[in-house]
Design a protein around this ligand. Structure first.
Ligand code: ZN
Length: 457
């Protein structure tokens, strides 16, 4: 009937233009100054494939971007489509011979490079795939762009979900990472900021970043991760504290399986508070690896998306220039939910829990179609109260050694940072050797059982 077509309910229900224009978030009402947030994403990064059976799926970045855009958050921040990093830029950290190798090797000519695979740690975890070098330059370029926007004051919080590849080393690939965008971004920040704090909440130890800055007091590396001596990458115990000028400027928080939201947040808040007080950084880089969520294909924690995001909120609350990068995360639907949610945390927005129905690939998010599926409680929490208390005490004990922040003056920042990561230092060399030996031992004993059988391409 004609009249029914004009019924108010029906008009409202079926007016798709109106429903599309409705905001899917609320702007949080606190009156403090909102940070300027920038989002650095070159969509080409999501087109690369490590291989069908490899757990690292760059398309999770496209899913994340779809969610961010569908919620309309792109209107609330500066959007940049950064250029890839140049070879010279990644040469600020990586060795020339390694860069040349990455640049030259392809799935078609790999046989002629096979003799170098062991040297550069190429294998099941870090395979040779089509466009590998371009992929690395793209995600690294986005982190460098984020660092530039922080330095020139255009951003207070700069986000690059395609970055966070924290295992890559100066001379070799590791743990799905080829180029260490975090180290490159921090090196850039060090041109301007006297002290940079690096925080890592990926389930794996942030070994590549720790190693790069192991001998300096200008970067404090702090990593929360699962540790039992065998779980990848096998490092990250309490006794790794730094060497030379960097002694006591590396802090590790080794955790057991199944940690839950409350224990994690409580510990994180306490450690961050003390670290900020003792070190007084001028800028922070936060690696938000999503494999610490419950239900991750390679992870074994019980964290929910809100708890992981609470860590971002805690770090943000200090109001320091901040770069947020991604990292691990092997259940793509949850990775994208998490990084979408954490974008909203940076923007001070409250998102509708129900996912926007306009998102492409909506089927990925069923049957709940929620931003906050229950991811907790799947594993026993092996972190007893007593264990967590002992961790807290050890952390406080370590931070006492800092005796206040090092007094690095602006004028002391070297104009040229090449050779900054002191590879000639003897202690550093010992550390590398130890790590190398550990790694070989781990390989012999079949480290990280959860990965077995998944890597063969
Ligand atoms: Zn990880």
């Amino acid at each position: 009937m004609v009249v029914e077509e004009w019924n108010e309910d029906i008009t409202l229900t079926y007016d798709t233009q109106t429903s599309q224009a409705l905001p899917l978030f609320e702007i949080n009402s606190d009156t403090s100054r909102k940070p300027q947030v920038s989002y650095h994403f070159n969509e080409k990064v999501s087109n690369y494939h490590y291989g069908v059976r490899h757990p690292m799926k760059p398309f999770r970045l496209m899913l994340t971007d779809h969610l961010v855009t569908s919620y309309g958050m792109n209107d609330k921040m500066d959007i940049y489509r950064p250029r890839p990093a140049t070879e010279t830029e990644i040469g600020a950290f990586h060795d020339d011979e390694y860069i040349n190798f990455l640049k030259s090797v392809t799935p078609h000519n790999y046989k002629q490079f096979a003799a170098s695979f062991a040297k550069f740690n190429i294998g099941d975890d870090c395979p040779i795939f089509d466009g590998l070098f371009d992929y690395s330059l793209i995600y690294a370029g986005a982190s460098l762009d984020a660092s530039r926007k922080l330095i020139n004051g255009q951003s207070d919080i700069a986000i690059n979900w395609s970055g966070g590849l924290h295992h890559a080393k100066k001379f070799e690939a590791s743990g799905f990472c080829y180029v260490n965008d975090i180290v490159l971004a921090i090196l850039n920040l060090l041109r301007y900021y006297p002290r940079v704090l690096y925080i890592d909440i990926d389930i794996h130890h942030g070994d590549g970043v720790q190693e790069a800055f192991y001998a300096t007091d200008r970067v404090f590396t702090l990593s929360f991760h699962k540790y039992n001596g065998e779980y990848f990458p096998g490092t990250g115990n309490f006794d790794e504290i730094g060497v030379d000028r960097g002694k006591n400027f590396s802090l590790n928080v080794p955790l057991r399986d199944g940690i839950d939201d409350d224990s994690y947040i409580r510990l994180f808040k306490c450690v961050i508070e003390s670290t900020l007080t003792c070190y007084r950084p001028e800028a922070i880089v936060l690696q938000c690896g999503a494999d610490s969520l419950g239900g991750d294909r390679l992870g074994c924690f019980n964290l929910n998306i809100r708890a992981h995001g609470e860590c971002v909120s805690i770090v943000k609350s200090y109001g320091l220039p901040l770069i947020c990068v991604g990292g691990g995360g092997y259940t793509p639907r949850n990775v994208s939910r998490l990084w979408c949610y954490e974008t909203s945390v940076c923007l001070d927005l409250t998102l509708d829990t129900k996912l926007p129905t306009s998102i492409p690939f909506l089927k990925f998010f069923g049957p709940d179609y929620s931003l906050h599926p229950n991811l907790g409680g799947k594993l026993d929490n092996k972190n007893t109260k007593k264990y967590l208390e002992s961790i807290k005490i050890q952390v406080m004990e370590r931070l006492r050694f800092l005796n206040g922040a090092p007094s690095v003056q602006l004028s002391e920042i070297p104009p040229d940072l090449s050779g900054f990561t002191l590879d000639g230092d003897e202690e550093m060399e010992d550390y590398r050797q130890d790590r190398f030996m550990d790694k070989k031992d781990d390989t012999m004993s079949g480290q990280d059982e959860s990965r077995q059988g998944e890597m063969v391409d």
